[in-house]
Design a protein around this ligand. Structure first.
Ligand code: FES
Length: 260
């Protein structure tokens, strides 16, 4: 006698879904948010001006690596074609980290590819090959992109530190707060990454033998539970930080600060 239970046939429903709520609102909001960010950040990356208002450096342009960078904040002065702005040189690192993030994958698969657009809503595609083939197999680089993201979180933290340095004097300005918050949000997002959770203790079978790693895993897991929120707040804030510094650099607004 066979103990194998025969596979249950899939529900034979003509309708694409039976949901009565407004399930399309969330993918729509996400699509609008992503599009706005991509349009603005692409413009900012090519602009190559007004990305520095002493002592604030736009996070899009950090680290600043070309010969067009102000000497105070330049990490290098590579002589590259004008088209290659400092933002475009480093773009591959944050882009590969964000684009392969587990949360963002879910978000843009739903919002742009409708694959599927929401839970219990049929997708328009006839076939599904998952992430096992080209090009989506490249999503697996996420765990390596995380190491680069750690370096960038450190660099953005350094930018927040030098935002207290007003020509050699210690000061605090609105821009200082903007960059400190930016680095905090980036850390919250980076350390809450699923890969970070795996690295801290994901392969440990016996937590009691690794109390430190267990502790770290607990902290990372708490961030991970709000990963979507960290993903959005860090994304929006990095753009707002660029906007703020640009407005100060062009003289459109004044940066209120106090020097001690
Ligand atoms: S899963 Fe989102 S940053 Fe790693």
């Amino acid at each position: 006698m066979s103990l194998v239970t025969p596979a249950r046939p899939r529900a034979d429903i003509e309708a694409r879904h039976l949901r009565k709520d407004r399930w399309w609102i969330q993918p729509l909001i996400i699509a609008v948010g992503f599009t706005a960010f991509v349009v603005y950040s692409t413009w900012a990356a090519f602009a190559d001006h007004d990305f520095f208002a002493d002592p604030y450096l736009s996070p899009f342009y950090s680290p600043c690596l070309t010969d067009g960078c102000p000497t105070d904040i330049a990490w290098a002065s590579w002589n590259l074609p004008n088209l290659l702005t400092p933002a475009l040189i480093i773009l591959i690192f944050p882009l590969s980290f964000r684009a392969t993030c587990y949360y963002y994958r879910k978000a843009y698969y739903r919002s742009f590819w409708l694959s599927p657009p929401a839970c219990a809503v049929g997708e328009p595609h006839g076939k599904y090959s998952g992430e096992t083939r080209f090009p989506l197999i490249f999503q697996n680089i996420h765990r390596y992109a995380w190491y680069a993201a750690l370096v960038f979180a450190g660099i953005l933290t350094w930018d927040a530190v030098i935002a207290f340095d007003f020509n050699g004097s210690f000061g605090v300005g609105v821009g200082t707060g903007v960059l400190v918050l930016n680095s905090l949000f980036i850390w919250g997002y980076t350390l809450g990454c699923h890969s970070c959770r795996h690295i801290t203790a994901g392969r440990i079978n016996n937590f009691s033998r690794h109390p430190v790693r267990y502790r770290l895993w607990g902290l990372v897991s708490r961030l991970n539970a709000k990963h979507m929120q960290w993903a959005w707040v860090s994304l929006v804030w990095v753009a707002l930080a660029d906007v703020y510094i640009r407005l100060v650099a062009t003289g459109t607004i004044h940066d209120y600060h106090h020097i001690f």
